[in-house]
Design a protein around this ligand. Structure first.
Ligand code: TYM
Length: 387
């Protein structure tokens, strides 16, 4: 019998059955035809698409049609700065950057320091804002086009957002957010209002918006799709990823609040080695002899799954590892060593780009072409906003 699982913007529990989630959430699977279409338009398929990490969508076909028709589209994604980022958090950003490269479109990145202040009982506003800055460096390190990317922190940009926020808020009642997010009578009123903010960037342009994010964020997009047309905008489209699984096994998601489940972007090579050696759930046999005889199970082995999700993009190398591990030629220790090297190389390059980001941050927040326009003119035509 399938295990129970929970997926909400606040928690992911149990072994997620992604096919079932598609039917529970009412989204659409990414079909072979859709993959072929993306490949035709982009010239290649990103590894996260090839490996099925991005597995579900809402109206992605319409967005691609708009692109083909010359109407264009724009991208929106975000981060709630609750603390340091782990490698799972980077997945949607890496993919968003790829889409920006391939389709040459604007990207809006919302950093919800307000949300995290409201949501985390022990976080001061100063801490939330400091994490907003730190996380922004990690996001810039991914390499977005500075003239077509606007990164904004809610508590700074709220003046421009607020008029639209109240228009959105007026369309959403308490019963809806209660049903969608599980809010109760003791939820603080900041959090009750917050969904109207997370929806707003989907209205930054009069084009279709495409949101790459893990599927936990989808409940926001469901509400957006209910109200967008009544405000004169398109229903947003979305492309959903699975979760980077925790080191400790395939249940739930990699989570900052459980450090043994995650590799953080700041983890040094020794820490990465220690965590993977100690915690990475293995599909291997208890002894070398048994492993050589019976082989390992890559389907439940977290090290193998991480290689498959992102860290070994070469399909033929991945296939060889899978065969060697299954047959017992490759031992768990060897598989872990391989992953450790891949992750440490990735993190080393990331940290170099993160240092450079300190010089670039103003470009993304204030001075780049798109950022300047968003501060000077704002996202909306005043007459339309007032109507
Ligand atoms: P946050 O900070 O929880 O997550 C940031 C992004 O990372 C995704 N994510 C993961 N992806 C793969 N594996 C994981 N283990 C994993 N954990 C988290 C999330 O789906 C998200 O895409 N409220 C939002 C901030 C936000 C936002 C947005 C996110 C504002 N606007 C638009 C996405 C799109 C939040 O707290 O995300």
């Amino acid at each position: 019998m399938a295990e129970e699982f929970i997926v909400t913007p606040w928690e992911v529990k149990g072994r997620v059955d992604y096919e079932k989630l598609i039917s529970i959430f009412g989204t659409q699977p990414i079909t072979r035809d859709l993959l072929r279409k993306i490949e035709d338009l982009a010239g290649e398929l990103h590894v996260l698409l090839r490996r099925g990490v991005f597995f579900s969508h809402r109206d992605l076909d319409l967005t691609l049609r708009d692109y083909e028709d010359g109407k264009g589209f724009f991208l929106y994604t975000g981060r709630g700065p609750s603390g340091p980022m782990h490698i799972g958090h980077l997945i949607p950003f890496i993919f968003t950057r790829w889409l920006q490269d391939k389709f040459n479109v604007n990207v809006y990145i919302m950093i919800t320091d307000d949300e995290k202040y409201l949501d985390e009982p022990n976080m001061s506003l100063g801490e939330a804002r400091r994490w907003a800055y730190e996380n922004t460096l990690d996001i810039i390190a991914v390499g977005f086009n500075p003239d077509k990317t606007f990164i904004f922190h809610d508590t700074e940009y709220i003046g421009k957002l607020y008029p639209m926020a109240i228009k959105v808020a007026k369309k959403i009642n308490f019963n809806t957010v209660k049903a969608v997010f599980g809010f109760t009578g003791s939820t603080n009123i900041g959090l009750l209002f917050f969904p109207s903010l997370q929806i707003i960037p989907t209205f930054f342009e009069k084009k279709r918006c495409l949101i790459p994010a893990a599927i936990d964020q989808d409940p926001y997009w469901r509400i957006q799709r209910d109200i967008a047309e009544s405000l004169g905008y398109y229903k947003t489209t979305a492309i959903h990823s699975k979760f980077m699984p925790p080191l400790t096994g395939l249940d739930g998601k990699m989570s900052s609040s459980k450090p043994e489940t995650a590799i953080f972007l700041h983890d040094d090579p020794k820490t990465v080695r220690f965590k993977i050696m100690k915690y990475a759930f293995s599909g291997g046999q208890p002894t070398v002899e048994l492993h050589r005889k019976l082989g390992g199970n890559p389907d439940i082995d977290v090290s193998f799954q991480w290689l498959k999700i992102y860290f070994e993009p070469d399909d033929s190398k991945l296939k060889k590892i899978e065969e060697d591990y299954r047959s017992g030629r490759m031992l768990t220790g060897e598989l872990k060593e391989y992953l450790i090297e891949k992750i440490n190389n990735f993190l080393e390059e990331h940290r170099v780009r993160r240092e450079q980001a300190k010089e670039l941050i103003n470009l993304y927040k204030y001075d780049g072409e798109l950022a300047r326009r968003m501060w000077r003119e704002g996202p909306w035509n005043i007459e339309e906003l007032n109507s």
